[in-house]
Design a protein around this ligand. Structure first.
Ligand code: AMP
Length: 399
């Protein structure tokens, strides 16, 4: 099947046209500046070709139309007719407690995604706009929603409940949801395949370390805990997000500097994390360069990040009563051998033994632990688009 994967943001829209059987990416690209002017970057991997166009995109509908035009264009297209697209898979950030897996989009599903807007006020409206634009432009092509939160719906109550008055959960649905679920699901399944084992007999800790980062405990193929929470602000320090912190700090800083909650949240989301500690950059490459030149705060930012990942691995091994494999993925996890080594070193007591030579690789699947390591350590590039295409093909194929 040919599946169009859509990831719609408020002013941007990423797409990939994939063959769900061969897993080939036929074309992919990005619409930017939707609602402002409009720019399309279209890539055809088989030709190693990249095209850029300025196209008016007052709304997401024109953006989708420009994607379809590019896909069927005689010069840079990859299909002869839009009818060759069998289905569309949409990334949707928040499915709340309503969705524990991907679903065919119906009117009821759209209503339920709308009901989740208060939980993800920045992301779900953009995802909904993307779905509606596709429905408008593509008519009756079947569409599937794949949620960032769905994989974590298997967490037990003790893991997802905050120690707040219970009515905030009952009435307001305040709980840990977790994010990056499609990535954690993909890499944990790939880890089982790489080890030639059934996921149902494995305890895996998946470390999605990128600009946004989260760690998950995956027991018997199911997420049983994860570090992001009610929002993606929780857990690890990230590129610019603070991660977990003492809520009392908010009151202290807001009073002292006469800040309102919007200003405070802007600091926590945009000015904290490794950028906040280092004062240098949110990008780990810049931090490593600065640390090499002797910048103490850049070194501290890296150390703090690595220390917090390590602590979560310990916590999740304890939560699951052991661990068979640790997986590194996403921009930092796939590329930054120094961070992988720093996280894994010191975990020898729990059976982790790295292979420095095997670890000196990037961006491709590899076992990076020593052959006699009790706990296998794996590098697995994430592929959320493939997961979305696979779910979409499965659901649409069974209609
Ligand atoms: P992601 O959010 O998964 O796209 O990850 C993006 C982040 O990955 C960037 O902000 C960098 O911090 C990090 N990254 C990408 N390439 C490298 C690299 N070669 N070494 C260290 N960090 C990298």
């Amino acid at each position: 099947m040919k599946i169009l994967v859509i990831n719609a943001g408020s002013s941007s829209l990423k797409y990939q046209l994939m063959d769900s059987v061969s897993h080939d990416v036929l074309a992919k690209g990005l619409c930017e500046r939707i609602g402002i002017d409009g720019r399309l970057t279209h890539k055809v991997p088989a030709k190693d070709a990249k095209y850029e166009f300025n196209i008016a995109m007052p709304t997401h509908s024109e953006a989708i139309q420009s994607v379809l035009d590019a896909l069927v264009s005689p010069e840079h297209g990859v299909i002869a007719d839009v009818k060759e697209i069998d289905a569309v898979g949409h990334r949707v950030v928040h499915g709340g407690e309503a969705f524990a897996q991907s679903v065919l989009i119906t009117d009821d599903v759209m209503k339920a995604i709308e009901d989740c807007i208060p939980l993800a006020p920045l992301h779900n409206p953009a995802n909904i706009t993307g779905i509606r634009a596709c429905q408008k432009v593509m008519g009756n092509v079947p569409m599937v929603a794949v949620f960032d939160t769905a994989f974590h719906q298997t967490m037990p109550e003790k893991a997802y409940l905050y120690a707040l008055p219970y009515e905030y959960y009952e009435n307001d649905k305040v709980r840990r949801y977790g994010f990056h679920g499609t990535s954690h699901r993909y890499v944990s399944a790939r880890a089982a395949a790489m080890l030639g084992r059934d996921a149902k007999e494995l305890k895996i800790i998946t470390c999605h370390l990128g600009n946004g980062s989260s760690v998950s405990a995956v027991d018997c193929g199911k997420s049983v805990d994860t570090s992001m929470g009610f929002t993606p602000l929780a857990g690890l320090p990230m590129g610019t997000r603070s991660g977990d912190l003492d809520a009392g700090i908010l009151e202290y800083l807001m009073t002292k500097y006469d800040m309102d909650i919007k200003e405070m949240l802007n600091i926590l989301n945009k000015k904290s994390g490794v950028l906040g500690i280092s004062g240098v950059s949110s990008d780990f490459r810049d931090l490593e360069d600065a640390a090499k030149e002797g910048n103490h705060r850049a070194e501290l930012a890296l150390e703090s990040f690595q220390y917090n990942v390590k602590k979560l691995i310990g916590a999740y091994a304890a939560a699951m009563g052991g661990v068979d494999a640790i997986v590194f993925t996403a921009g930092v996890g796939e590329n930054d051998m120094g961070t992988r080594m720093a996280v894994a070193s010191g975990l020898e007591f729990m059976g982790v033994k790295m292979d420095a030579q095997a670890n000196s690789t990037r961006g491709k699947e590899a076992v990076i632990s020593a052959s006699d390591s009790k706990v296998k350590v794996l590098l697995i590039p994430t592929d959320e688009e493939l997961m979305i295409a696979t779910d979409t093909a499965e659901i649409v194929g069974s209609l």
